[in-house]
Design a protein around this ligand. Sequence first.
Ligand code: 5GP
Ligand code: MN
Length: 343
Amino acid sequence: MFRIKKIRTFAPCMDQNTQIKILLSQPKEIVITSHRNPDGDALGSSLALAAYLRKHLHNVSIVLPSEYPYNFGWMKGVDDIIIYDDDPSIAHRKIKQANVIFALDYNALDRVDKMGQHITLSDADKIMIDHHIDPEPFVDYMISDTRASSTCELVYDFIVDQGGHADIDEEIAEYLYAGILTDTGRFRHNTSEKLFRIVADLKHIGLDDLRVYDAINNSQYEKHIRLLGHCLNNRFEFIPEYHAGLIYLTKEDYKKFNIKRGDTEGIVNFPMIMKDVRLSAFITEQPTIVKISLRSKGDLSVQELARKYFNGGGHKNASGGYSHESLEKTIKKFKEALPLTLK
Ligand code: 5GP
Ligand code: MN
């Protein structure tokens, strides 16, 4: 649907940050949204921004399309998150009442499922903070930087640019660190001098980084360890010609191990520990789609593979997508795409 953008009353020469500062200078009804199957960066950036905005007396709700993984349950603010899949009418009402909507860690409305249509219809001022390529212009203000490790890094910058550095307390530092830690694959990709300076600052503020690390990574149950064993022993395939590793899971595996989508986080990284693997794929049979997660090392990019063959996208070394075909056909398609993309 075509919508004429609101006419701004601010001086056109005023920079975006100043415009946002003026917009947020009075208490507002704010809704923070992020992508479906939220990860550490989606949750961390949403919770950090919400905590910051609440300090400035805004009424803030976080509305996410679907449930978050179990290993983020320790985050203090998660209980107040509204999940669209569970409470569509409350989620819809919140979006309708909002004066300001933030879109964090996503660049296109198809990443928020049905919530997208409510966001499109809303007259709220919309602000994107994101680090994915080719952002779609569904917002009024766009803070998009593909060089950033994570949306959490950009939320840190945003708070500082808004003059709020003193508002970053231990709780906000934990949220930001959770997103940075997970989106960099535990500081294995997209790091920079600037990022380490931010982390040093969070540590200075009082961040207990080891506690956050443990809470996210050393919190698995027996079924997860058994599942990992099953993946490595029975579902792993090495394709030496293309230095590729592949792990897949069937619907029956999900039943047998009593697992849900969020229980498989990180499995895609295991083929990467092999010296001869430069690209890893994790392909899983979901209720209505087949999901693919891709990882790569160094200069090898998986972005194009995700975009061209699996309706997806992402970053150079971490991308994903999906297919409406069967698990078998999706695996076949992946194998056929390898020689075409790894020329
Ligand atoms: P994961 O493999 O952890 O699910 O996703 C890795 C990255 O790939 C995400 O941070 C996101 O940028 C991207 N990604 C995953 N799934 C999709 C998808 O279905 N569509 C798009 N556009 N990007 C995706
Ligand atoms: Mn991210």
